[in-house]
Design a protein around this ligand. Sequence first.
Ligand SMILES: Cc1cc2nc3c(=O)[nH]c(=O)nc-3n(C[C@H](O)[C@H](O)[C@H](O)COP(=O)(O)OP(=O)(O)OC[C@H]3O[C@@H](n4cnc5c(N)ncnc54)[C@H](O)[C@@H]3O)c2cc1C
Length: 408
Amino acid sequence: MDQNVRAVVIVGGGQAGARTAKSLRAIGYDGALTLIGAENHSPYERPDLSKACLLDAAAMPPSVIDAAFCTEQRIALITARQACAIDRQQRDVLLDDGTQHPYDRLVLATGCKPRRLSLAGLDSRRVFYLRTLDDARALRPRLQPGSSIVIVGGGFIGLEVAAGAQALGCQVSVLEAAPVLLPRLGSTIASEKVLDHHRRAGIDIRLDTRIAYVDGTRLVLSTGEAIKAETIVAGIGVIPDTALAEAAGLAVDDGILTNEFGETSDRSILAAGDVTRHFNPLLQRHLRLESWQNANLQPEAVARTIMGERVAYAEIPWLWSDQGDLNLQAAGAPAQVDMTVQRGGDSTGVSIFQFACGALVGGITINRGKDMPVIRRLLRQAQPIDDPEALADDSKPLRAFLRAGAAS
Ligand SMILES: Cc1cc2nc3c(=O)[nH]c(=O)nc-3n(C[C@H](O)[C@H](O)[C@H](O)COP(=O)(O)OP(=O)(O)OC[C@H]3O[C@@H](n4cnc5c(N)ncnc54)[C@H](O)[C@@H]3O)c2cc1C
């Protein structure tokens, strides 16, 4: 352990910040540890906010660390406070209550903020976002049977909210500006299957469609049609919250730039979670991810770096999305795809294998999660698959495509 590290300050009380604190204590860091979060809650995991917490108003998202754990582990948890400046010379962080928090190592885990919907005439009291527990609590009472809910954005959050609102008996429309749902997946097959699933469930999904203008509680669309919208949920993406890092002069480019050890352009400042654009040594490029996996595991590497061990964060990216009874999982981060192989069918669920220049670069499962552990191993083994077309043969076990000794 680096004996010079006696005070660690973490800014961002989300999953990545809390996991960094937890990992530091788990691997033996014994010095002062402060975790600062702007929300009025102890750190919790967000995925349930667009799933269980919408279906059941009383449901609580899983906690990452709570006040009792912090007391026991000597973690000074400060909630409902914003860090507003970093003094890199003095090595301290200034909070909005005027207090200063000196550090030997600072970790920025400030996450993302929802992109705001900007439209003339829009009554902001009818527009909702979903990032925090407070957002979920504000949205939940609007999801009454028969009420009209328009979701702007056919990405993961939008479709999860759509499925939840539909299950609660709302009249749900989804507006997606792109010609496909989930455009970032890079798979037309997956996008079409998801579209078909939700349309069969009765959700009105409109592709290639934007809001042209607002007319009271009606939205006039780019197609010329008008739809009623008592509630609008904007799921139009997120923006990494880099304000603090930028003001401190750290290197930022669509996220705080970090190496594979979580270090920023200032070696005494590290970063973790959604806010990072980090170097992935397996893929040999920088990635910005918005996923539970990244917020959960990247902090372990950051904690080890602080402790003087240099263990790179090297994971094949993976995420899941539950949209009613549709489970979608995606692994890899394909920059381009030139060949696709499909395994399974409507009754068994589908796995989609994405190739670029002969190499497997991504995999997607739709209601076929059993394939995902092997897909992740295939991606990690990074060796050519001899006969990619044979992946379509459901009678051949997927494990047969693994090389002997492939990483698990
Ligand atoms: C509704 C929802 C559903 C999701 N579902 C899934 C899923 O099914 N599967 C999946 O893989 N991923 C899912 N995710 C993504 C996953 O939850 C995120 O990737 C993860 O929460 C990122 O954690 P983070 O700690 O990096 O950032 P965040 O969760 O954004 O936390 C950052 C925290 O830092 C605080 N902060 C920011 N600036 C300051 C400051 N200056 N001072 C103090 N505090 C500050 C913020 O208030 C926030 O609490 C979902 C996300 C959401 C929002």
